[in-house]
Design a protein around this ligand. Structure first.
Ligand SMILES: [Zn+2]
Ligand SMILES: [Zn+2]
Length: 232
């Protein structure tokens, strides 16, 4: 992978490195880009919306590494509302959206699905986070075609797979379905500690097992990635 698109820093409150630490590891791993994607404000430990608003102060490049400004936004209700206002979301290079229990207790399969579909239809979302979380069942037959239509990528989240080994095999099945529908993927570390950046062991396993072709993985090549995110 040439980029790691899901990284938390100390600003997330539950993570332990700075942006400079992330860059240090990214350089060692020969990454060309990283995305800083803190938790949205609905997480008790997440930064205030001013943090996201102020991310424009982070330079585009640190040495040769491109820094993408992003957020891991929380889905707040079954209507698909997010915890950052549109004007700030529009400033982000990458918007990852997902479920976290602090922001929204798991609903029924139908309601979880409805929440994601409405979020995708209402907001500028690039990636749906960690769908391996089994407490948030979704109807993939409904969700995946909408993701395909709106060009939303599905995340293969190394950290979430590592934390929940029991979800690895069921997630392979989900990936197979997504792959059949022609959805694109991103592979990310969801690093909360800098050394996790750019490490994709279980991710490689599920990609192989699900028979996903490299060409479907957006961050394997930054050119492909920047086209997808519509950034220069
Ligand atoms: Zn998350
Ligand atoms: Zn995360």
């Amino acid at each position: 992978m040439e980029a790691d698109l899901h990284i938390h820093t100390i600003a997330s409150g539950d993570a332990f490195g700075t942006i400079k630490d992330a860059l240090f590891v990214a350089r060692k791993k020969n990454l060309k880009a990283i995305a800083i994607t803190e938790h949205g404000p609905a997480m008790p430990c997440g930064p205030h919306k001013y943090y996201f608003n102020n991310m424009e102060l982070i330079p585009r490049y640190d040495g040769s590494i491109k820094i993408l400004k992003g957020v891991e936004a929380n889905i707040m209700d079954r209507f698909g509302n997010l915890d950052l206002e549109e004007v700030i979301l529009k400033k982000m290079d990458i918007v990852i959206a997902g479920f976290h229990t602090f922001a929204l207790k798991p609903l029924s399969r139908g309601e979880n699905t409805e929440a994601l579909v409405k979020a995708i239809r209402t907001h500028r979302i690039h990636v749906i986070a960690h769908l391996n979380y089994s407490e948030y069942p979704v109807d993939e037959e409904v969700l995946f075609p909408v993701m395909k239509e709106r060009d939303v990528a599905l995340e293969i989240n190394e950290g979430a797979l590592l934390k929940r080994r029991d979800t690895v095999e069921p997630f392979v099945q989900k990936l197979k379905k997504a792959n059949r529908i022609g959805i694109k993927f991103i592979v990310s570390s969801d690093a909360h500690y800098p050394d996790a950046i750019g490490k994709f062991v279980l991710s490689h396993y599920v990609i192989k097992k699900a028979g996903i072709d490299e060409s479907q993985i957006l961050n394997r090549n930054v050119k492909l990635l920047y086209e997808f995110l519509k950034i220069k």
